[in-house]
Write a protein that binds this ligand. Structure first.
Ligand code: HAM
Length: 440
């Protein structure tokens, strides 16, 4: 149709994955899955869309404005594409009732959809790895979720010096807000403003803080709140004094510090009371992982949500977890030169067959078949040329490990195998090919 070429472009905020892009995605997901399994988490999945109220009731206003909602043609029920996984997970846990094993450790890595303005680090369709522990109220569970996140980042080349885990606690933040003079009915609005502080200019912040009923001195303190993160190793008495909160408010953070220390993770962690997180259901410790320079948005975010499962009619069970998206993570990995253009991550063929002799052509498909039946990654050139140089270039393009060269000597049962990494070449029996590659 004339004038409607835009409909043939991908919608804004979505991505096409060409083979090299797909290789990058799978590389990231491989690290997520390996870290999850190695830490004892079992994989789950849920529906891509849910009843709209699941999110309007449970996620809160931060997510509500970003929903893709819809109705079936002629239907009356409102649905929404999944913007996050936690409500689905809590619904699944609640539905298991007393059958829910405690603790339960689940992971998933599904697609999510948010109708946000697409920008660096923010798309409308993204993958998000979720790690959750249900039925364990101890700080050990929180530390375990942080450990599994850092383990996956480590596998991808982001060691403890490359990232910071910024940890906060809703009760400590609320205590600090109430000390500033924020009234009980304005705490949620104040948390929301704190969450936005770094993204809005100072005058807009002051205006909104004044609307919360704060005087000039309190606004100044509010502006400085958590501006200087504190090493997670800091002793509790120093923290209590710095934040002007009673020591007992810090009990859970102190327990978490010990659990992080036991896992040798303390150096990557800091207390940052400006972290509040935009979702309504968090109840205790909340945290985010950022790239060390702080330039990108959060790589991951999570925390404790001890009342969510019960709010779905399930048992009263504590829970904690996090979500890590692929978009910011990929930007961080690219910035640090840890991905290249993705071609190096594509699966390398074990054998790439090139045929120099017309009489040997008929052997190509049977040879491919026997290599593949033995579990090997085997390809053959599609080129019509018999020029060895050009054919080897073809093998190099897909980063094959070996070229299997079929020539006149195939009539005597022999082929040449060239190791394309070392350049070494040897003649072997065609019938020995599979065992030559260590398979069969
Ligand atoms: P969240 O902070 O909304 O938390 O998202 C977690 C991560 O998902 C973010 O740090 C970011 O990496 C990624 N993310 C979020 N929105 C977008 C977007 N529009 N484009 C690209 N990436 C995005 C949650 O979703 C919680 N449900 C996590 C959780 C699990 N808490 C406990 N368990």
């Amino acid at each position: 149709m004339a004038g409607s070429s835009h409909v043939y472009q991908a919608p804004r905020g979505t991505r096409d994955f060409l083979p090299a892009d797909m290789a990058i995605r799978l590389h990231i997901e491989q690290a997520w899955r390996t870290a999850s399994i190695n830490h004892g988490f079992d994989e789950i999945e849920g529906p891509t869309f849910e009843h709209l109220e699941l999110y309007t009731d449970k996620s809160g206003p931060g997510i509500e404005s970003e929903l893709f909602s819809f109705r079936r043609t002629g239907g009356e029920t409102d649905f929404a594409l999944r913007p996050e996984f936690t409500p689905t997970l809590a619904r699944m846990a609640a539905a298991m009732g007393r059958g829910l094993q405690q603790p339960t450790r689940w992971f998933s890595m599904p697609w999510h959809y948010r109708a946000e303005r697409p920008q660096r680090g923010r798309l409308r369709e993204f993958r998000q790895w979720n790690i959750d522990v249900i039925g364990d109220e101890s700080a050990s569970a929180d530390a375990e979720t942080i450990a599994v996140a850092l383990n996956a980042l480590g596998q991808l080349g982001l060691g403890p010096d490359a990232v910071r885990v910024r940890i906060s606690h809703r009760n400590v933040v609320n205590r600090m807000l109430s000390d500033l003079g924020v009234a009980d009915d304005k705490v949620t609005a104040a948390q929301d403003l704190l969450d936005k502080r770094d993204r809005i200019d100072a005058s807009a912040f002051k205006e909104k803080a004044a609307a919360l009923g704060l005087d000039a001195a309190a606004i100044e303190r509010f502006q400085a709140m958590g501006a200087e993160p504190v090493p997670a190793s800091t002793d509790p008495a120093t923290l209590a004094e710095a934040w002007s909160v009673p020591a007992e408010t810090l009990e859970e953070l102190v327990a978490l510090r010990d659990e992080l220390a036991a896992r040798d993770l303390l150096d990557a962690c800091e207390w940052d009371m400006s972290v509040v997180r935009g979702l309504a259901y968090y109840t205790g410790c909340v945290w985010e992982i950022h790239e060390a320079s702080g330039n990108e948005r959060a790589i991951a975010g999570g925390g404790r949500y001890d009342t969510l499962v019960e709010s779905f009619g399930g048992p009263s069970v504590p829970a904690c977890g996090f979500g890590m998206g692929d978009v910011v993570l990929e930007l961080v990995l690219q910035d640090r030169g840890l991905l290249g253009d993705g071609t190096d991550l594509l699966p390398r063929p074990d054998a790439f067959i090139v045929c120099l002799d017309e009489a040997a052509d008929a052997q190509v498909v049977p040879m491919l078949t026997s290599l593949r039946n033995a579990g090997l990654h085997a390809r053959a050139s599609d080129k019509a040329t018999r020029n060895l140089g050009k054919l080897l270039k073809d093998a190099g393009r897909c980063q094959a490990r070996h070229a299997v060269i079929l020539g006149e000597e195939l009539a005597k049962g022999m082929v040449q195998v060239k190791d394309l990494d070392s350049g070494e070449q040897q003649a072997i029996q065609a019938s020995e090919l599979v065992s030559h590659f260590g398979a069969g």
